[in-house]
Design a binder for this molecule. Structure first.
Ligand SMILES: NC(=O)c1ccc[n+]([C@@H]2O[C@H](COP(=O)([O-])OP(=O)(O)OC[C@H]3O[C@@H](n4cnc5c(N)ncnc54)[C@H](O)[C@@H]3O)[C@@H](O)[C@H]2O)c1
Length: 393
């Protein structure tokens, strides 16, 4: 076990700075020794900005460097699996960005590669944040048996967002749109609270992003290991509608809920008001109310401790793989129905008058009649999923 972990950064784009800055906060435990990006200027920029002494343009060369013990995999989604497998086989511990991979099969290959090499693997996740930990460990047991849950996510994105990288908006490289890149953040916490996923299916289509191949709106039904079921909606076609955003986990003795994005503000209520007041006192002590984002240093600190002590990290790769069951389940089921969903959506609302999401936004479109209708579907506590566009003939 090294005294200090040597860190290699694979992929020097947008998110890599958060990883490097997190490691630099933990300088007593680690040093970022190498940065790698096939775009030489990107590796050079990161190296100069953060004083990283070694840079590579091929991740295999970084993985052959003995000074590197642990890598952050910060590359486009489709490369998460192959680079993580290469890293594990080279004997490096790995923190891989979300989504863990494009499919549960890839995730399984990653888990097995890490197991076979005796290295540890974790996945970037907001589940590490103290507010979430408190809700999961202390509040969840108090709300009783969960009856039903729903989760609705709005993350407006325009064409400029998708033109930021050649991998974005492509099935083969991003593995999906709003689901694979954004909704996966909250799906990961949702499924973790409910014990993992048995089965998921749903519907998606693309209503206002003609420049991309993948979905910009959709919804689904998930059956969880704890016996409960829940429904989710996500879109990148518009900003949140009034009272549209949020999560509800409805238990027999209380609920976990927020109307905020990203679950940063997850809160709770209990039927037993005395029990709730006691729990709130502990909550106030355990949780910094100003917390927002930037969880990477907590994750790195947890991972270092897990490696040194031989315990599991808070975010195990097996638990992160569960969120991909939702992604894959909704995608593959919805694939068959995407065209009819679009035709039906056009019959519900005339968003087709706009050329794309940006024009719709400037024209004041906020989901029209379509989004409220879909939100109705996901907030209905039935064990089936409304889909009026399904072929009946
Ligand atoms: N956790 C978060 O909050 C968060 C935020 C943004 C992105 N991400 C995730 O991080 C990943 C990267 O996203 P980004 O926004 O930084 O993308 P980006 O396009 O800005 O950066 C990706 C970088 O990877 C490089 N790259 C491509 N192939 C490579 C290879 N074979 N070896 C090494 N580098 C390679 C690219 O040249 C680019 O510099 C995505 O999977 C994304 O989902 C996470």
């Amino acid at each position: 076990m090294p005294q200090k972990f040597g860190i290699g950064i694979v992929g020097c784009g947008g998110i890599s700075s958060s990883h490097i800055e997190a490691y630099q906060q933990l300088h007593e435990q680690c040093t970022v020794v190498a940065a790698c990006d096939p775009v030489e200027a990107s590796a050079a920029r990161a190296a100069e900005r953060y004083g990283i002494s070694v840079r590579y343009t091929d991740h295999r060369r970084l993985l052959a460097d003995d000074r590197v013990h642990l890598v952050s995999v910060c590359v486009p989604h489709f490369l998460h699996a192959p680079i993580t497998v290469d890293a594990a086989r080279a004997g490096k511990h790995v923190i891989v960005e979300k989504p863990m991979a494009l499919t549960t099969g890839e995730a399984t290959e990653m888990i097995e590669a890490a197991r076979a090499s005796g290295v540890m693997l974790t996945v970037g996740s907001e589940r590490i944040n103290p507010r979430y930990r408190f809700i999961r460990n202390r509040v969840l047991p108090e709300i009783g048996r969960v009856r039903f849950s729903w989760l609705t996510d709005f993350y407006y994105r325009d064409s400029a967002y998708y033109s930021r990288g050649p991998w974005r908006g492509k099935w083969a490289k991003e593995g999906g749109g709003i689901f694979a890149n954004q909704a996966i953040y909250t799906w990961d916490q949702w499924q973790d609270l409910l014990g993992g996923v048995d089965l998921a299916y749903g519907y998606w289509t693309n209503i206002l992003h003609p420049e991309i191949e993948v979905e910009d709106i959709g919804y689904g039904l998930v059956f969880f290991h704890n016996g409960s079921h829940g429904k989710a909606f996500a879109t990148s076609a518009c900003e949140p509608i009034e009272n549209g955003q949020g999560i509800r986990i409805l238990g027999e003795q209380g609920e976990i809920a927020t109307d905020s994005a990203w679950l940063y503000q997850l809160d709770f209520s209990l039927q037993d008001q005395k029990a709730e007041a006691a729990l709130r006192r502990d909550f106030a002590r355990a949780v910094d109310p100003s917390y927002i984002g930037r969880y990477q240093h907590w994750q790195a600190a947890d991972f270092f401790d897990a490696i040194r002590s031989g315990r599991q990290p808070v975010v195990t790769p097996e638990s992160a793989r569960e969120a991909l069951k939702i992604l894959n389940g909704i995608h593959w089921h919805g694939w068959l129905h995407a065209k009819r969903f679009l035709e039906w959506a056009r019959s519900v609302d005339d968003f087709g008058r706009f050329k794309d999401a940006a024009e719709a936004k400037h024209g004041g479109w906020r989901g029209g009649k379509l989004v409220p209708r879909l939100l109705e579907f996901v907030r209905t506590d039935s064990r089936t999923l409304d889909a009026p566009f399904l072929a009946r003939d």
